[in-house]
Structure formats: C-alpha cells, structure tokens
Design a protein. Sequence first.
Length: 416
Amino acid sequence: MKLLQFGAGNIGRSFIGQVFSKSGWDVVFADVDEKLVSLLNEKKYYTLAIKREGRKDELRSVWPVRAVDGRDAIAVSDELAGADIAATSVGKNALVKILPVIAAGLEKRRQRYGERPLDIIIAENAREAPELFRTVLSEKLGGGYPLDKLVGIVETSIGKMVPIMREEDLVSDPLLLFAEEYETLIVDKRGFKGPIPDIKALCPVEPIEAYVDRKLFIHNLGHAAAAYFGYRVSGDSRDATIPRALALPGIEGAVRQAMNESASALRAEYPGVFGTQDLSLHIEDLVSRFKNTALADTVYRVGRDLPRKLSRDDRLAGAMLLCAKHHLPFGAIAKVYRAALDFACPGEDGVLFPPDAEFRKKYALPRPPVSPFGETDGTCESGEAVRSALSAILTEVSGLDRNDPVDSLVYSGVLH
C-alpha cells in the first residue's frame, strides 16, 4: 500500500507520513525543496524526537520513505496514478499549484486502472480547501470525468503541534523534527469513496464541520490567546515560549475564559455532537499540552501571521461571530483580538514575520511597551493608538459589516 504525501514539512512528516508508515504503508513525499527531496532519497528515513513533559526525548525513525521533486509534474502525476491514497499538507496558498498536477495524475489513474477511486486527505486546516479541490479539479478534468465517483475529498481536523526547528537543532540531522506525542488524525467519514484505511491513528467522524470548528475556535484560539497575552511579558525575547507564558499569573485564566466562551458557542451550534463534559475535557487536555515545556513551542510561531488569524473565518473573529449568532458573551475573546494588535514578536533571526510587518505598517500600529502581567489584569488592553486603528481592521481584515445585526454585535464588542 502506498501513500503519496504532498508536502514533506512539519505535518507531512511528523504526522501524516509517520502514522501511515507506522501501519506498514510505503510513504512517498512530493516536495519542491530540492535539498529535502535529495536527503530523503539518500537516507530513506527521517527521525522524530517526541517531546514529553519531564521525560527524555523518544527518537523514532520513520522508514522506508522516498521523495519526488514536486516540480516534476510527470513524475508526481505518475506517483499519484499508482497511489492507494494521497494526502496534502502544503499550505492553502500552495494548493492551487499542486491541483493541476493532481488532476493530471487522476487522468493517468483512470487510463491505467479504470474506475478505481482515490481518496485524498486534505491536511491543511483551511476551511475553504475542500471546495477549492472540487472547483479546480472539476475545471481541469472536465465534465466527462466522474469526480464525485472517483475522488474522495477527505477533510481533516489537524491537532498536532510541531514547533519551528532552530538552525542549531538541524546541524547534526537536517531531517530531524520535534513533535508532541499526539497522534489522532480526525478525518471526514463521509469523504471516503474507497474503504477507510486500517490506520490505528485514524479517527473518522461526522459531521467533520463540527470538529474543524472545534479545532479552530478552541485549540487555535487558546493557543493564540497564550501567544498574544504572553507577548506582553516576553516582548522581543526570541526564546519566549507558550509554557512560560501560561506559567505567569493571570494568563492561563484569561486563556481558559476565552476557550470556554467558544465552547459554549460550539455546544449551541452542534448540540448533537458536543456536550459540556466533552468540551471541558478537551480544553483540559489542550491546556496540558500547551504547557509541555519539552515541546517549548514559541510565542512567535503560534502568534505570527496576523492578517490570517484576524480574518473573518479564523480563530478570533470566527469564534466571536459564532458566539454572537447564538447570543452568547464573547468579551474574553474580544480581549484576545485586541491583544493581537499589540503582537510584534520577531523570529529567531530578529525579524518580524513579513505579513505582520506589512500589517503593522499599514495600520500604523506602534510597538507597545512591554509590561509584566502582574501589573495588569492579564488581558492586554490596547493603547489609544491601537484603538484608533481598530475600526479599519475590523472591517477590512475581519470583514465585519456594521449594517449586519450579528456582525455589528462583534464590531461593537471589540471596539468598545
């Protein structure tokens, strides 16, 4: 059995590739990083360092693996034609580049094997990705191709945390990856056209929309809250971590409050799927994982990319809109949103993430003075200069319409 995994990055190798390899599948990666492809083909394996709180790293070798250059459309489409399942983890901006190659591989597959379906696991954490797949593949394959019959578009909810690797960590092994132990791959049960693979880590659910929203509005929101609140303490410290932020007075409580507001909205939106105890246990598990000092996920990685994280359907605005839809409070989430506007954390190289630098320049956001949370209530209230930019950001970035009754609730709740 063969998996073709588009993207040999963090999730592709630490999660998707690993769980399929562990179940005895052959794993082939398609990636545009020439050096990475060469190393994978040379070594035929890579190493995961599983980070557990208070315990020595567990080193896992994932093998045998090989790779193909993602720029070689013929080679990649050949691999896809003969795959038993495919998966993508390339980032939503790169999906449009690989979809034509996927279409070519599906055509070859039909020519060689006839009406043999192929399921494609979309491990992107992008709500619009399944529709993008359907739209582009329909266009490329044409009306004569039975897309609904031959292609399973399997949405996922990816909950695994993988920190950024530092240069010093990669000196001895450029293929090394750090990751937490979490190994539950939540997939859309309804998305498969062929048999669901017998993979221990696979967790088929329905409706997948509920679990995608849970990931975004509890996991991603809570993680972001810790980063944005934590930045007020750590400032430009390049080694600032989420566990350190959560250990400071007031931060964990503020993070939990925001997560609990989202949980209430999710219970209202999906009453037959989530109960109070289900989501409470989920939050406890997440907070425990966030505190993993061995993983030491950075404030920079978790908080960066403000234009995306403040967009309408993402973790902050999306969660508040869901709360407002059900007439539930979202004051704690609004504080996270305002704290995000103070976020100016640089990466290991001392430079802001480029989209964040552009965002801050466009809206003339000042770098806030760094002050310990002990001197505040732990909610990172924005200064006057930031408040003056809020209206534009709420409408232009978060897409709120002040004339819409639900949108106006969120607009007013954040602005005031």
